[in-house]
Design a protein. Structure first.
Length: 184
Protein backbone atom coordinates (compact mmCIF):
# COMPACT_ATOMS: atom_id res chain seq x y z
CA UNK A 1 0.00 0.00 0.00
CA UNK A 2 1.42 3.39 -0.97
CA UNK A 3 1.15 5.89 1.87
CA UNK A 4 -0.67 9.15 1.32
CA UNK A 5 2.21 11.65 1.14
CA UNK A 6 -0.02 14.26 2.82
CA UNK A 7 -0.92 12.00 5.74
CA UNK A 8 1.36 11.92 8.76
CA UNK A 9 3.08 8.68 9.55
CA UNK A 10 1.33 6.90 12.40
CA UNK A 11 3.65 3.96 12.98
CA UNK A 12 1.64 1.68 10.72
CA UNK A 13 4.48 -0.73 10.06
CA UNK A 14 5.41 -3.98 11.73
CA UNK A 15 9.11 -4.69 12.26
CA UNK A 16 9.79 -8.43 12.04
CA UNK A 17 12.44 -10.90 11.01
CA UNK A 18 12.95 -11.62 7.35
CA UNK A 19 11.32 -14.80 6.02
CA UNK A 20 12.20 -16.72 2.82
CA UNK A 21 9.12 -15.19 1.18
CA UNK A 22 10.64 -11.69 1.67
CA UNK A 23 13.82 -12.17 -0.38
CA UNK A 24 12.55 -10.65 -3.64
CA UNK A 25 10.81 -7.79 -1.83
CA UNK A 26 14.00 -6.99 0.10
CA UNK A 27 15.99 -6.86 -3.14
CA UNK A 28 13.32 -4.54 -4.61
CA UNK A 29 13.45 -2.25 -1.55
CA UNK A 30 17.21 -1.78 -1.88
CA UNK A 31 17.01 -1.37 -5.66
CA UNK A 32 14.42 1.40 -5.23
CA UNK A 33 16.10 3.03 -2.23
CA UNK A 34 19.58 3.16 -3.77
CA UNK A 35 18.67 3.18 -7.46
CA UNK A 36 20.91 4.99 -9.88
CA UNK A 37 19.46 7.50 -12.36
CA UNK A 38 20.78 5.36 -15.22
CA UNK A 39 18.74 2.37 -14.01
CA UNK A 40 21.79 0.33 -13.00
CA UNK A 41 21.25 -2.16 -10.20
CA UNK A 42 22.81 -0.72 -7.06
CA UNK A 43 25.29 -2.76 -5.03
CA UNK A 44 22.95 -2.75 -2.03
CA UNK A 45 20.33 -4.68 -4.01
CA UNK A 46 22.63 -7.68 -4.43
CA UNK A 47 24.74 -7.29 -1.27
CA UNK A 48 22.07 -8.79 0.99
CA UNK A 49 21.94 -11.92 -1.21
CA UNK A 50 25.72 -12.28 -0.89
CA UNK A 51 25.53 -11.75 2.87
CA UNK A 52 22.91 -14.52 3.21
CA UNK A 53 25.45 -16.96 1.73
CA UNK A 54 28.27 -15.81 4.03
CA UNK A 55 29.32 -17.34 7.35
CA UNK A 56 28.71 -13.93 8.95
CA UNK A 57 24.96 -14.12 8.25
CA UNK A 58 22.86 -13.86 11.41
CA UNK A 59 19.16 -14.34 10.58
CA UNK A 60 18.02 -12.67 13.82
CA UNK A 61 19.41 -9.37 12.53
CA UNK A 62 17.74 -9.27 9.10
CA UNK A 63 14.62 -7.23 9.80
CA UNK A 64 11.87 -5.93 7.54
CA UNK A 65 9.27 -3.21 7.97
CA UNK A 66 5.92 -4.33 6.59
CA UNK A 67 2.95 -2.06 5.96
CA UNK A 68 -0.57 -2.97 7.21
CA UNK A 69 -1.13 -5.08 4.06
CA UNK A 70 2.08 -7.04 4.67
CA UNK A 71 4.13 -5.38 1.88
CA UNK A 72 7.81 -5.04 2.74
CA UNK A 73 8.62 -1.32 2.69
CA UNK A 74 12.00 -1.34 4.43
CA UNK A 75 14.89 -3.60 5.44
CA UNK A 76 17.99 -3.54 7.62
CA UNK A 77 20.60 -6.20 8.20
CA UNK A 78 23.50 -6.63 10.60
CA UNK A 79 26.10 -9.35 10.08
CA UNK A 80 28.95 -10.72 12.15
CA UNK A 81 32.04 -8.56 12.02
CA UNK A 82 35.38 -8.65 13.77
CA UNK A 83 37.63 -6.31 15.69
CA UNK A 84 41.27 -7.46 15.86
CA UNK A 85 40.17 -10.82 14.50
CA UNK A 86 37.62 -11.41 17.27
CA UNK A 87 33.87 -11.83 16.55
CA UNK A 88 32.82 -9.03 18.91
CA UNK A 89 30.93 -6.69 16.59
CA UNK A 90 28.10 -6.40 14.11
CA UNK A 91 28.32 -4.51 10.84
CA UNK A 92 25.03 -2.79 9.95
CA UNK A 93 24.02 -2.33 6.35
CA UNK A 94 22.44 -1.90 4.09
CA UNK A 95 19.40 -0.13 5.52
CA UNK A 96 16.86 0.78 2.85
CA UNK A 97 13.30 2.10 2.68
CA UNK A 98 11.05 2.39 -0.37
CA UNK A 99 11.08 6.03 -1.57
CA UNK A 100 7.36 6.53 -0.86
CA UNK A 101 7.97 5.51 2.75
CA UNK A 102 11.11 7.56 3.36
CA UNK A 103 11.09 10.46 5.82
CA UNK A 104 8.21 8.82 7.67
CA UNK A 105 10.13 7.13 10.51
CA UNK A 106 10.50 3.68 8.94
CA UNK A 107 14.30 3.81 8.74
CA UNK A 108 14.49 4.99 12.35
CA UNK A 109 12.17 2.20 13.46
CA UNK A 110 14.36 -0.36 11.69
CA UNK A 111 17.54 1.05 13.24
CA UNK A 112 16.03 1.06 16.74
CA UNK A 113 14.84 -2.51 16.23
CA UNK A 114 18.22 -3.86 15.08
CA UNK A 115 20.03 -2.04 17.90
CA UNK A 116 17.53 -3.38 20.43
CA UNK A 117 17.89 -6.92 19.11
CA UNK A 118 21.68 -6.67 19.23
CA UNK A 119 21.68 -5.32 22.77
CA UNK A 120 19.22 -8.01 23.93
CA UNK A 121 21.54 -10.69 22.52
CA UNK A 122 24.58 -9.21 24.33
CA UNK A 123 26.39 -7.92 21.28
CA UNK A 124 29.01 -5.42 22.48
CA UNK A 125 29.42 -3.21 19.42
CA UNK A 126 27.60 -2.17 16.26
CA UNK A 127 29.51 -0.46 13.44
CA UNK A 128 28.43 1.15 10.18
CA UNK A 129 29.60 3.37 7.40
CA UNK A 130 27.08 6.18 7.20
CA UNK A 131 26.19 9.84 7.10
CA UNK A 132 27.57 11.76 10.09
CA UNK A 133 24.43 13.92 10.33
CA UNK A 134 22.01 10.97 10.49
CA UNK A 135 23.43 8.20 12.67
CA UNK A 136 24.48 10.10 15.83
CA UNK A 137 20.77 10.29 16.76
CA UNK A 138 21.03 6.53 17.41
CA UNK A 139 24.11 6.88 19.60
CA UNK A 140 26.73 6.34 16.87
CA UNK A 141 29.99 8.25 17.01
CA UNK A 142 33.30 8.01 15.18
CA UNK A 143 34.59 4.47 15.78
CA UNK A 144 38.15 5.76 16.23
CA UNK A 145 36.98 7.37 19.49
CA UNK A 146 36.51 3.80 20.77
CA UNK A 147 39.83 2.60 19.38
CA UNK A 148 38.20 0.81 16.42
CA UNK A 149 39.83 1.60 13.08
CA UNK A 150 38.32 1.20 9.61
CA UNK A 151 39.51 -1.50 7.22
CA UNK A 152 39.88 1.12 4.49
CA UNK A 153 40.88 4.79 4.60
CA UNK A 154 37.33 6.07 5.17
CA UNK A 155 36.93 9.39 6.86
CA UNK A 156 36.44 8.90 10.59
CA UNK A 157 33.23 10.91 10.52
CA UNK A 158 31.62 8.25 8.28
CA UNK A 159 32.99 5.12 9.99
CA UNK A 160 30.84 5.05 13.12
CA UNK A 161 30.27 2.74 16.06
CA UNK A 162 27.77 2.35 18.85
CA UNK A 163 28.79 0.51 21.99
CA UNK A 164 25.99 -1.52 23.60
CA UNK A 165 25.50 -2.82 27.15
CA UNK A 166 28.04 -5.63 26.71
CA UNK A 167 30.76 -3.19 25.52
CA UNK A 168 34.26 -3.67 26.95
CA UNK A 169 37.10 -1.16 26.67
CA UNK A 170 39.38 -4.01 25.57
CA UNK A 171 37.58 -4.14 22.20
CA UNK A 172 40.10 -2.23 20.09
CA UNK A 173 41.80 -2.61 16.74
CA UNK A 174 40.99 -2.95 13.08
CA UNK A 175 37.38 -3.62 12.14
CA UNK A 176 36.46 -6.15 9.46
CA UNK A 177 33.01 -6.54 7.90
CA UNK A 178 31.56 -9.87 6.74
CA UNK A 179 33.28 -11.19 3.60
CA UNK A 180 30.95 -9.78 0.90
CA UNK A 181 31.81 -6.23 1.94
CA UNK A 182 35.40 -6.87 0.82
CA UNK A 183 34.16 -7.29 -2.75
CA UNK A 184 32.40 -3.90 -2.98
Amino acid sequence: MEPDARAPYRGAVLIRRETPADVDAIRAVHAAAFGAPDGAVPIEATLVDALRADEGWLPAYSLVAADPDGQVVGHVVATRAQVSGQPVALGVGPLGVLPAWQRRGVGSALMHAVLGAADARDEPLVVLLGHPDYYPRFGFRPAVELGVTPPQPWGPQYFQARPLSAWRDSIRGEFRYAGPFDEL
